[in-house]
Design a protein around this ligand. Structure first.
Ligand SMILES: Cc1cc2nc3c(=O)[nH]c(=O)nc-3n(C[C@H](O)[C@H](O)[C@H](O)COP(=O)(O)O)c2cc1C
Length: 271
């Protein structure tokens, strides 16, 4: 079976498909009436041959009915607008009462599906804790983990007493009272997929504001989960064979920002 379907009448034999293929497996068509060929075995189904083909002549032979042409100009954002959007993305820790509807969360996760992944492996899957009480329970379990390292040589041991005291006083310093949590999980023992998960979560973090969602990286909860704290992992109940990578807590932002905070000056060296 060929990895690509080529419409002979549309193919101009320009050779772009062959040039952009990251695997170098497309043999360009040279003669009149011939079409580019590739083997299905080595194809990673990244879709580059399909989306770079100026004639629309190629369809990747992977759910071919889902081919999605891009109308001219669609998705183009002026650089200044994009820069302001990205610079104004903030970690959101204060939430309005309205929960984020599941449909909207799915829309953001749908965007994250298009994040880069090693070898186009697309190994990241998601656990969404939609129930606020459950998020609170996970925060409590993270504090329980902190109690176990309080008097140990763990690098965080000096930092956790304040967090534990806040929790005991009724404040949630772990998930900040967020109504939802999204966990990216990957196959066990797969360092490449681990990077993929961070990239996919970054897509979520960046896309969220456009959907009216405010997110924040769940660093403390992730420390506990990545330390394999049993009660927390049991409560998360990831599917068998899957490993916690990282997570974001999120909700509907309570406040809007009015400016862009200062950051360190750019430090660049050129080689
Ligand atoms: C890996 C990582 C872990 C983080 N963990 C937490 C966390 O547990 N709790 C929290 O309130 N913020 C957390 N943050 C948010 C940072 O504090 C925040 O990104 C930083 O202060 C800069 O603010 P900004 O994201 O609004 O630009 C984390 C951020 C990253 C990248």
């Amino acid at each position: 079976m060929s990895a690509i379907i080529v419409e002979k009448d549309l193919c101009t034999r320009c050779g772009i498909c062959s040039e952009v293929c990251p695997m170098g497996i497309i043999v360009p068509a040279k003669e009149e009436g011939a079409v580019p060929e590739t083997s299905a075995d080595a194809c990673i189904r990244c879709g580059h041959c399909e989306v770079f083909c100026p004639a629309g002549a190629i369809t990747v032979n992977d759910r071919p009915t889902e081919k999605e042409p891009l109308p001219a100009g669609a998705g183009e954002i002026p650089a200044e607008t994009l820069a302001l959007y990205l610079k104004s993305r903030r970690s959101v820790r204060c939430y309005a009462k309205e929960p984020v509807p599941k449909e909207k969360i799915l829309q953001v996760l749908d965007v994250a599906r298009y994040a880069a992944s090693g070898g186009n492996g697309q190994q990241v899957q998601w656990l969404v804790i939609h129930d606020k009480e459950n998020v609170h329970r996970l925060a409590g379990l993270t504090v329980d983990w902190m109690r176990t390292i309080k008097n140990s040589s763990h690098p965080m041991s000096g930092y956790v007493p304040g967090l534990i005291a806040a929790w005991d006083a009724g404040i949630d310093p772990i998930c900040r009272g967020a109504p939802h949590l999204v966990v990216a999980h990957i196959p066990e023992n797969n360092p490449v997929a681990s990077v993929d998960a961070f990239i996919a979560l970054t897509h979520f973090d960046i896309a969220a504001p456009a959907f009216g969602i405010g997110a924040c990286w769940a660093g403390f909860l992730s420390m506990a989960a990545r330390s394999s704290y049993g009660p927390l992992l049991e409560a998360l109940a990831l599917p068998a064979g899957r490993e916690y990578s990282y997570s974001l807590f999120f909700g509907t932002p309570k406040y809007r920002t009015r400016g862009i905070p200062r950051r360190n000056p750019l430090k660049v060296t050129w080689g």
